[in-house]
Design a protein around this ligand. Structure first.
Ligand code: F0G
Length: 375
C-alpha cells in the first residue's frame, strides 16, 4: 500500500483558514490543487518581456473554478441540515451544484437560461441528477427568481451571494502564492457576477494580513489573516465581454449578449464588492469583443496546448492587450485565471476550428501520403 497521503480537497488542505470545525462533514470531490502553467510560446509572439501564468481551473472535478466554492457551500448547507440547494446559472455553477448535491445525497434545483447554455454543462447537470428548470429568460431573471423562491421554500441558495462560496474560492489565491512564493503583480480574470475576482482579493488580503471591505463573510472583521512573508497584493484586473459589460458601462445592462455564455450577465451580484476590490487593489475593468475572446481561446489551444472555454479566454485576451499597450508594464508577473475547460462548450470550439479533418481510405498508402502532404 502506498504511504502517500491522498489529496482530499481544498477544505482539508486549508481547514484552518476556512469556516469548518472538527465535526464538520466535508463534501468534497478533490477540488483545487490546479496547475499554474507558465506560457512559453505566446510571450515571444508578443515580443514583450512578461512572465505570464495561467491558473487552469478547468481541471477541477466538474471542469470549472465553481467547485472551489461549491465544496464549501454544500458542506455548510449539509451541516445546517439542508435537504435541497438551488442556484441560477449560465451553466458551470449548475454543473458544480449538481455534482456536490449528488455527492451529499441531497437535491439540486438549477435555473438555466433558455437555449444559451453550453452543451457540456447541460449534460453534466442532467447526468448528475439535478432538477433542471430552463426559464424563458436570462441569468439575471433566474437569479431574481432564485432569491424570491428561497424566501418561500426550504432551499439553500448556492450562488456566489452565499458567502461560503467565496470562502472556498479564495483558496485559489493561496495556491498561487504557494507556487510563486509571492503574489503576482497583476491578476486578471473574466468577470460575470464578479464573485471570483472578489474571492481572489479576499484570499490575497488574508495572506498579507490586510483587511478588506470586500468580504461578505467577515465584513471587515477577518479572523483568517496570516503573517506570512508575502506583503504585496496584486492589482486585480477584470475583463468582461463587450456585450455584457456593466462594469465598463458603469451601470447594469439589461439584455447582455456574448458568445462567452458563461459571462452573459448584465446585473452582477457582487457589484459593490467588486468596486471595492477595484479601488483597494488599484486595478481596473475593461472589455473584450467576442472576436478577441475567440481568437485568444484558439491561440491558447494552438500555441500552448491549453483548451479553455470562451469566457476564460477573456482574461488572457485582455491581459495580452494591456501588456502590448504597456498598461501592464514589461517584466511584470501576471496570473490569468482560466475559469473553465474548453470541453464545456464543444459547439463553439468546433465552429471555429480551421484545422482540416483529412478524410481518406483506411489504407497504408493514403495514410502515408496524408502525412507527407501535411508535414
Ligand atoms: N468564467 C466562467 C467559465 C464562468 O462560468 C463564470 C461564471 C465566470 C467566468 C465569471 O465568474 O461570475 O464569479 O465573475 N459563471 C456563473 C455560472 C455565472 O452560473 O456558472 P464570476
Amino acid at each position: 500500500m502506498s504511504s502517500k497521503k491522498i489529496y482530499t480537497g481544498l477544505i482539508e488542505r486549508y481547514r484552518n483558514q476556512l469556516p469548518v470545525n472538527k465535526d464538520t462533514k466535508i463534501i468534497s470531490l478533490g477540488e483545487g490543487n490546479t496547475p499554474l502553467i507558465k506560457l512559453h510560446n505566446i510571450p515571444s509572439i508578443l515580443n514583450k518581456q512578461a512572465e505570464i501564468y495561467v491558473k487552469y481551473e478547468g481541471l477541477n472535478p466538474t471542469g470549472s473554478f465553481k467547485d472551489r466554492g461549491m465544496t464549501m457551500a454544500v458542506t455548510k448547507a449539509v451541516e445546517d441540515g439542508a435537504k435541497a440547494i438551488i442556484c441560477a446559472s449560465t451553466g458551470n455553477t449548475s454543473a458544480s451544484a449538481a455534482a456536490y448535491a449528488a455527492r451529499a445525497g441531497i437535491t439540486a434545483f438549477v435555473l438555466i437560461p433558455d437555449g444559451k447554455i453550453a452543451q457540456g454543462k447541460l449534460a453534466q447537470a442532467t447526468m448528475e441528477g439535478a432538477i433542471v428548470l430552463q426559464i424563458k429568460g436570462n441569468f439575471d431573471d433566474g437569479m431574481r427568481l432564485v432569491k424570491e423562491v428561497a424566501d418561500e421554500a426550504q432551499v439553500t441558495i448556492v450562488n456566489s451571494i452565499n458567502p461560503f462560496r467565496l470562502q472556498g474560492q479564495k483558496t485559489a489565491a493561496f495556491e498561487i502564492v504557494e507556487e510563486l512564493g509571492r503574489a503576482p503583480d497583476f491578476h486578471c480574470l473574466p468577470v460575470g457576477n464578479a464573485g471570483n475576482i472578489t474571492a481572489h482579493w479576499i484570499g490575497y488580503s488574508e495572506l498579507t494580513n490586510n483587511s478588506t471591505k470586500a468580504c461578505a463573510y467577515c465584513n471587515g472583521d477577518c479572523h483568517y489573516g496570516t503573517k506570512s512573508s508575502v506583503s504585496i497584493r496584486p492589482k486585480m484586473v477584470g475583463y468582461q465581454a463587450s456585450g455584457a459589460a456593466p462594469f465598463i458601462r458603469g451601470d447594469m445592462v439589461d439584455n447582455p449578449e456574448t458568445v462567452a455564455t458563461a459571462i452573459r450577465i448584465g446585473h452582477p451580484q457582487s457589484w459593490d464588492y467588486a468596486w471595492i476590490v477595484n479601488k483597494e487593489s488599484g486595478g481596473w475593468f475593461d472589455e473584450c469583443s467576442d472576436e478577441e475572446i475567440l481568437a485568444t481561446q484558439k491561440m491558447l489551444a494552438e500555441k500552448e496546448g491549453i483548451f479553455c472555454e470562451p469566457a476564460s479566454a477573456a482574461s488572457v485576451a485582455g491581459a495580452l492587450r494591456d501588456i502590448t499597450s504597456g498598461k501592464i508594464p514589461e517584466n511584470s508577473c501576471i496570473v490569468c485565471t482560466l475559469t473553465g475547460h474548453g470541453l464545456k462548450d464543444p459547439d463553439t470550439a468546433i465552429k471555429q476550428s480551421t484545422a482540416p479533418v483529412v478524410k481518406i481510405e483506411a489504407s497504408l498508402a493514403q495514410v502515408k501520403s496524408a502525412i507527407l502532404d501535411n508535414m
